[in-house]
Design a protein around this ligand. Structure first.
Ligand code: RI2
Length: 340
């Protein structure tokens, strides 16, 4: 079953349980936008996800705390199911849910609980934006004057490092991969060109030809596991391999909410399989004899190919991922989690 079917399935079941009317239309719209990648990028989808919780409490007519929690749970379930790989989604929801649980210990009224949600949502958004700025400041220190940087896909965290270095007049040059099949590399080019940076767009399969000109690769993250492996846009692991062979530095820029707490207790990160029409349209497929088509959105880069991870808390080796996870999500490892 592909993720689209799972999604529509999950959707129907929510509706058929008779709670569909309790999901605000705006929440459904945001969930659809995340699913269709009109809202994309691990950080952006996390911020959009927590906003759905704010919308839920704003629109809620719940008469009891239990009713409000049920509504929040329904929203969380729908939003988390939109994209299975980016751990920023559940981690954003967790940030709010944790604060709600703390407040529940104080027997809040419905109104008080709504305020807790709104405050936590605001905090998460502000913190995640600050984290991006901090990652830029920290990461730029590792960029030298005249560096040639390669980036893949479109990562706000990686771009923050590049833009900060450029603002410090480091005279950098950037190579951006197209990033088939959705061409997020075009977005990267536009942002960097608007900032006046010297950018070259290359096809994904040209990386080995140019790697010897590159000093540093910087990519973002959709998830980082407890052993320091990176899950990021498909093609990242090939770039890491090629970088290692050419002795080019490979940096990851990732906020701490991109680390996956589930991996501490042995869970594997699911790789999202997207619609094959992103790769080839049905008519063309027919013409070439209907081969099977695969369209994984992400791949896994082992920690040994990663030189360092730039987080808002500082620079860490991939081997320190477990420490970050314990600090940020240690509370999760000890109990069965309940979102709202
Ligand atoms: P920021 C993106 O995923 C890319 O894989 C990118 O590296 C990652 O999210 C992190 O992005 P997609 O949504 O949070 O394009 O750094 O599938 O922006």
């Amino acid at each position: 079953m592909n993720s689209r079917e799972e999604y529509s399935h999950g959707w129907t079941s929510v509706l058929s349980f008779g709670v569909g009317s309790m999901i605000p239309r705006e929440v459904i719209q945001i969930a659809e936008d995340i699913k269709n990648m009109r809202i994309r990028g691990a950080g952006k989808i996390a911020r959009a996800a927590v906003k759905t919780l704010r919308i839920t409490v704003q629109k809620s007519k719940a008469k009891s705390v239990q009713e409000l929690l049920e509504e929040l749970r329904n929203t969380a379930r729908i939003v988390i199911n939109t994209r299975p790989t980016a751990v920023s989604l559940p981690n954003g929801i967790r940030y709010v849910s944790k604060r709600v649980h703390e407040e529940l210990g104080r027997n809040p009224t419905v109104e008080e609980l709504k305020e807790t949600v709104k405050k936590a949502v605001k905090e998460f958004i502000v913190n995640s934006q600050r984290a991006l700025v901090r990652i830029g400041e920290i990461g730029a220190k590792r960029i030298r004057k005249g560096d040639v940087i390669l980036t893949h896909c479109n990562s706000a965290a990686a771009i923050s490092v590049i833009l900060t270095a450029a603002h410090q007049n480091k005279d950098i040059t950037v190579f951006a991969t197209e990033t088939r099949p959705r061409f997020q590399g075009h977005i990267t080019c536009k942002i960097l060109r608007n900032a006046g940076i010297d950018v070259t767009l290359i096809i994904d399969s040209a990386i080995r030809l140019y790697m010897n000109r590159i000093n540093t690769v910087i990519v973002g993250a959709d998830a980082i596991s407890s052993n320091g492996a990176l899950v990021n846009k498909i093609g990242t692991s090939t770039i890491a391999l090629v970088a290692r062979e050419a002795r080019t530095l490979f940096f990851v820029a990732a906020e701490t909410y991109k680390f996956s707490p589930e991996t501490m207790i042995g869970e594997l990160i699911e790789i999202e399989e997207r619609d094959i029409e992103e790769v080839i349209d049905r008519e063309e497929l027919e013409k070439i004899g209907n081969p099977r088509v695969l369209n994984p959105a992400f791949d896994i880069t082992p920690p040994q190919y990663i030189d360092l991870i730039i987080t808002e808390k500082g620079i860490i080796p991939p081997q320190a991922a477990f420490t970050i996870l314990q600090e940020e999500f240690g509370w999760l490892a000890s109990r069965k989690e309940q979102l709202f």
